[in-house]
Design a protein around this ligand. Structure first.
Ligand SMILES: [Zn+2]
Length: 429
């Protein structure tokens, strides 16, 4: 049987664990992106500005408690895979069937391939869950799958276990599909069914091999990082080395893709260019994230918080809040307190903006605030890097700093960004 066709975009799909976590900007921070780009170090590396986003368009459900989502681009890839299998691959290797049979085989193959990809991601996610790392979810998208983990592995051994499990599942699936195809063939099953099994065995093998390339953020890059971390005992150095390998790999893919496109090998070349570009930016992002978190690790929340924030009473109307507080203070969020002085939540300018002008008099702050139960709480003594990681997974990117039950400060993503900026400038000086 002919080797796996290289003409179509499904030849490489990658899996990537948590490439886009750090200091996610709050949804209401319009304009903040621009601010960031104007910051010194970010202007140079444009880390945050060029970061590709993997967003979930549909929620598919939960497996083992882990939310599974899908980006709309998966539909496009599903169609491309089915189309190339039904339109060229199966007719070439197994001629003489009806078009409908090819399409059925193509669709089944494409769906089972995405199921295999999901199994690969679940491998990472389930191992992470067992190691007490919170998994926000798995998203399938254009280039494959992403498992979003909310914190980092605490040892090289944990990092290795999380990274290794995905490719191991793909290798297992590859062998399983190949054995099933051999069994079906021996049992004289229809040749198209055997063909689908062989194809699935092959692509799962390719998926495992490609992802084992020693280049972050691919699984192989994480294995490399775990090994270097174990050998050198320095996590930051290991992350930077693995990310550098990822950048080289990204450049190599772009180069190969451009050459393929130039010599007329089809759209597969362009696909490689996009994939390389994606890997390049993800590797660059991982590197700067590690450097920044490392800079923050030497500092405490108390050093970067805005102390003694302006607190507003919860029965205040939105109109009064706008007149008496917003216009006279530079803050973009205000902690809210009840009459017994207990803090009950936080209200942001974005939330105030959503209240139509005609309703401002009769809407009280309490009804639009984010309740304290949904806010990130910290203490002045928490290491700043730990808070930064927690803020990245919070909805509005702000934390209240409490000490002995009293509010002493507030930290926003912007505060953290500014601190990183100062620290980086000081390091460069
Ligand atoms: Zn993986």
């Amino acid at each position: 049987m002919q080797a796996f066709s290289c003409e179509t975009p499904h030849r490489v799909l990658l899996c990537s664990i948590r490439p886009f976590r750090f200091l996610q900007l709050p949804a209401d921070s319009r304009g903040l992106q621009t601010d960031l780009r104007d910051f010194g170090p970010y202007r140079r590396s444009a880390d945050f500005a060029t970061l590709p986003q993997v967003s979930e368009t549909f929620r598919l459900g939960r497996v083992a408690g882990i939310p599974i989502g899908m980006n709309w681009s998966v539909l496009l890839i599903l169609w491309l895979i089915s189309w190339s299998l039904a339109g060229s691959y199966f007719p070439a290797v197994l001629p003489g069937h009806q078009s409908g049979e090819y399409w059925a085989a193509g669709l089944v193959g494409a769906l089972l391939f995405f199921a295999s990809l999901l199994a690969h991601e679940l491998g990472h996610a389930i191992v992470a869950t067992h190691l007490d790392i919170e998994v926000e979810g798995i998203t399938l998208w254009l280039f494959g799958g992403v498992s979003k983990l909310n914190s980092e592995a605490t040892s090289p051994r944990d990092e290795l276990a999380i990274a290794a499990c995905g490719p191991m599942i793909s290798i297992g699936l590859s062998l399983g599909f190949l054995l099933a195809a051999a069994g079906l063939n021996a049992a004289s099953a229809p040749e198209l069914i055997v063909g689908v099994g062989l194809w699935l065995g092959t692509v799962n093998g390719i998926l495992a091999l490609f992802n084992l390339a020693p280049a972050a953020p691919l699984d192989g890059g994480r294995l490399l990082m775990a090994w270097l971390w174990h050998r050198r005992g320095n996590r930051l150095e290991a992350v930077v080395s693995a990310a550098n390998a990822g950048r080289i790999f990204g450049y190599a893919l772009i180069f190969v893709g451009l050459v393929e496109f130039a010599v007329g090998l089809g759209l597969g070349g362009l696909w490689l260019v996009f994939l390389g570009w994606f890997l390049l930016s993800a590797a660059q992002f991982e590197k700067s994230q590690a450097v920044h978190l490392n800079a923050l690790a030497k500092h405490l929340v108390g050093e970067l918080m805005t102390a003694d924030p302006v607190v507003v009473p919860e029965n205040l109307s939105v109109a009064d809040l706008l007149d008496d507080f917003v216009l006279s203070h530079r803050f973009s969020s205000f902690p809210v307190q009840a009459s017994d002085r207990q803090i009950t939540g936080l209200v942001t300018l974005a939330q105030l903006r959503l209240v139509p002008a005609v309703n401002r008099e009769r809407t009280c702050v309490k009804s639009i605030q984010t309740p304290i139960s949904e806010l990130v709480l910290t203490t002045p003594a928490e290491p700043a890097d730990q808070l930064a990681s927690r803020l990245a997974s919070s909805a509005d990117g702000r934390a209240l700093v409490m000490e002995h039950g009293t509010l002493v400060g507030i930290v926003s993503s912007t505060d953290v960004m500014r601190s990183i900026d100062r620290l980086m400038i000081r390091q460069e000086a």
